[in-house]
Write a protein that binds this ligand. Structure first.
Ligand SMILES: [Fe+2]
Length: 393
């Protein structure tokens, strides 16, 4: 890896607001971006936790009105859900969206904004980069997990059950207009989800660093994200009401999101996406299991600077690697991540999460087709990916 920065592009998403109870002022923010009839997009868990009402009350602080609530987003959203949500938009006459939930909810709302501009079937609007044919509707996102960073990314991941694949819709215009980081709405997230979504955020930071597209701005975001997550993830998992930990986890997830929205992710996400498409493996759990193995695999890319890059991960975590060579320092970081996964109560192997061993070969074939694979250093082969899945099994 040369130290010379030859060329890069860095795109900034929409406005980010962070404060405890900032959702109480969502109405004023919606007024600023011109939305008047709000459809709230969420899931049943958020609805049952009473958070939808918190957001509806927040919308009432401005002049916009809530014309409907769509709460049928499943954990891994899919094309039919997006179409159903769009039907609700048409039925209610909504002209803007407020999404309240994790990545699946926010991604669903992003995909719905495509249909609000283009109409028709979502599959008709699949392309390398989505370029809208008209103005995008205002979309305010309120993440209830500190994980995907979807509130500030340019992509929507939507499952296509027929093709057993996760489709990625990508384009700068898909980033929500405003992201509201309110730690209060994450306090009811149970420990398991706090841990797994937090590991997703950590994987974004680490993969943004080792991506072939990494550059100094993303490196800075990713490294600080790693500092914050390594400091706060165990605290947020152990005590959901720890507002300081919840706040910094939201900020770190947001930084990781902006980093990987620009630098992209690599082999770990390619493999996690494929497991999600084939077996419904929760994204954060898949990443947590695959992260140490994927990093170990990438250590072979010495010329691409991977051990040196992971040394910076170790330093960001706060490990003492002063007398170590890069490979040793990197392995200390990987070992620390393995111990962290155990500490926060996540599974260590794919066999623990209902992934069938005889399905790994098909998962490896599809992981090779995932766009994230192309940003990984080197050119991993399908047999190597299968080998990695077996190691993680
Ligand atoms: Fe992710």
């Amino acid at each position: 890896m040369s130290n010379l920065v030859e060329w890069f592009e860095f795109q900034v998403p929409g406005k980010v607001i962070c404060a405890e109870h900032c959702v109480d002022s969502i109405g004023g923010e919606m007024d600023n971006v011109g939305g008047s009839k709000v459809l709230v997009v969420t899931d049943e868990g958020v609805q049952n936790a009473g958070l939808t009402q918190t957001v509806i009350d927040g919308v009432d602080s401005g002049s916009a009105e809530v014309v409907g609530v769509f709460d049928q987003v499943p954990p891994n959203s899919e094309i039919q859900v997006v179409q159903n949500c769009y039907d609700k938009v048409k039925e209610s006459g909504a002209d803007c969206l407020v999404s309240v939930g994790g990545g699946s909810v926010i991604d669903t709302a992003k995909a719905v904004t495509i249909l609000m501009v283009e109409a028709g079937d979502l599959l008709d609007h699949q392309s390398a980069v989505y370029i809208p044919s008209g103005p995008m509707p205002p979309h305010i996102s309120v993440p209830t997990t500190a994980g995907t960073g979807s509130e500030s990314t340019f992509a929507a991941v939507i499952a296509d059950h027929e093709q057993k694949m996760k489709l990625i819709f990508q384009g700068a215009e898909l980033a929500p207009t405003i992201a509201m980081l309110d730690p209060f709405v994450t306090t009811t997230l149970p420990p398991g989800l706090t841990a797994s979504t937090g590991m997703d955020a950590l994987t974004h930071c680490i993969e943004a660093l080792h991506s072939e597209m990494h550059e100094p701005i993303c490196d800075g975001l990713a490294l600080h994200g790693i500092r914050l997550i390594s400091k706060y993830i165990a605290r947020a998992t152990a005590d959901g009401g720890d507002i300081e930990a919840r706040t910094y986890m939201l900020i770190a997830a947001n930084m990781g999101g902006i980093a990987f929205a620009n630098a992209f992710v690599g082999i770990i996400h390619a493999m996690a996406h494929s497991l999600g498409g084939h077996f419904g493996t929760p994204h954060g759990v898949a990443n947590a299991i695959l992260l140490p193995c994927g990093m170990e695999f990438n250590l072979r890319y010495v010329e691409e600077g991977i051990p040196a890059s992971y040394r910076r991960v170790a330093e960001a975590i706060g490990l003492d690697v002063s007398g170590d060579d890069d490979d040793t320092a990197a392995r200390k970081a990987i070992q620390w991540l393995r111990e962290l996964t155990m500490e926060i109560g996540l599974p260590k192997q794919l066999s623990e999460v209902d992934v069938p061993e005889d399905g790994l070969a098909d998962a490896a074939t599809d992981a090779m087709l995932d766009g994230s694979m192309f940003n990984n250093p080197g050119d991993p082969e399908e047999e190597e990916v299968l080998e990695l899945y077996k190691k993680a099994f």
